[in-house]
Design a protein around this ligand. Structure first.
Ligand SMILES: [Ca+2]
Ligand SMILES: [Ca+2]
Ligand SMILES: [Ca+2]
Ligand SMILES: [Ca+2]
Length: 293
């Protein structure tokens, strides 16, 4: 019995020491050393931001009642901090404009400005569109273009000055100094249909357009060839092709329409009394209706 007692004691002792040994083993497992936080490699912010102004063009003229499209892109090699937009009047005073319609693909390396400005209430003369940009390391740059604002009445202007100063050409075909037929059609579509994603154009409006651009009566009847009351793209293309605007206005035959060619082409249509001059009473109503609204 005594022998059994000693045996049991030995077993218990053995178990205890084994456990103890296990614990020792566990405690011997090295605790993982925390992964060191990588120290950021210093970024070399070498370059100041870059500003590209696509529109308006330097020295373009705009009526005070016109719409000026401002399109610009600002980039930086590392990160932009601040971008600001100003309108600078002829005496050099600047007025900050809030930046709207920022692109959806904005990153801290790239910002786009895509918005319109109606320079109403500004005086005639040279105004600047000024952009200032600063990157995170404090490097600042600025870029500006000068535009001439014409605050006179339309009645005091000749047709070509008035038409070119509407800014319509720049707004419709941003960054393209000449239009191919596709862009030309798209631009005219935008004045025929005010809601570009809806083909259900106002048929009265199409008829008015026909009368105002060459005295074509019942233009809608001719255009809606499948008679479904919608203007399909092919109907628009064929309709404008029939009017022969693009062909007749492309004076230098390069298959592109420049702003000058467009102005001259419309002038011929709008010169009602055919004296080779479009007077304000011939153009004012139509200019306001189609190119300034
Ligand atoms: Ca930089
Ligand atoms: Ca149709
Ligand atoms: Ca041409
Ligand atoms: Ca005339």
């Amino acid at each position: 019995m005594k022998k059994n007692y000693w045996l049991l004691l030995c077993i218990l002792l053995f178990a205890f020491t084994s456990c103890d040994k296990d614990d020792d083993t566990n405690s011997a497992v090295p605790t993982p050393t925390p992964t060191p936080t990588p120290t950021p490699t210093p970024t070399s912010d070498a370059d100041p931001p870059q500003i590209t102004i696509f529109s308006p063009y330097q020295n373009d003229s705009y009526l005070a009642i016109a719409v000026v499209g401002i399109y610009a892109e600002i980039t930086d090699d590392v990160s932009l901090d601040k971008v600001e937009l100003f309108l600078v009047n002829p005496s050099g005073e600047r007025k900050q404009l809030s930046i709207e319609n920022a692109g959806t693909q904005e990153t801290n390396k790239k910002k786009t400005i895509n918005q319109i400005l109606i320079p109403s209430n500004t005086i005639s003369g040279d105004h600047g569109i000024l952009i200032e940009a600063k990157d995170r390391s404090g490097k600042a740059v600025s870029k500006s273009v000068s535009i001439r604002v014409i605050a006179e009445d339309l009645a005091d202007l000749d047709f070509k000055t008035a038409f070119i100063s509407t800014g319509w050409f720049e707004r419709m075909g941003c960054c393209n100094r000449s239009w191919d037929v596709e862009m030309f059609n798209k631009a005219f579509y935008s004045i025929i249909n005010r809601s570009p994603w809806d083909y259900s154009v106002d048929t009265t409006y199409v008829n008015e357009f026909g009368l105002d651009f060459g005295g074509h009566s019942q233009l809608w009847f001719k255009w809606d060839t499948n008679k479904n009351e919608y203007l399909e793209n092919s109907e628009l293309e064929n309709g404008l092709d029939d009017l022969r605007f693009f062909k007749n206005w492309d004076k230098n035959q390069d298959n592109l329409i420049s702003e000058d060619e467009l102005a001259d082409g419309i002038a011929i249509l709008w010169d009602v009394n055919k004296d080779n001059k479009v007077t304000p009473d011939e153009f004012e109503r139509k200019l306001l209706k189609y190119f300034l609204s």
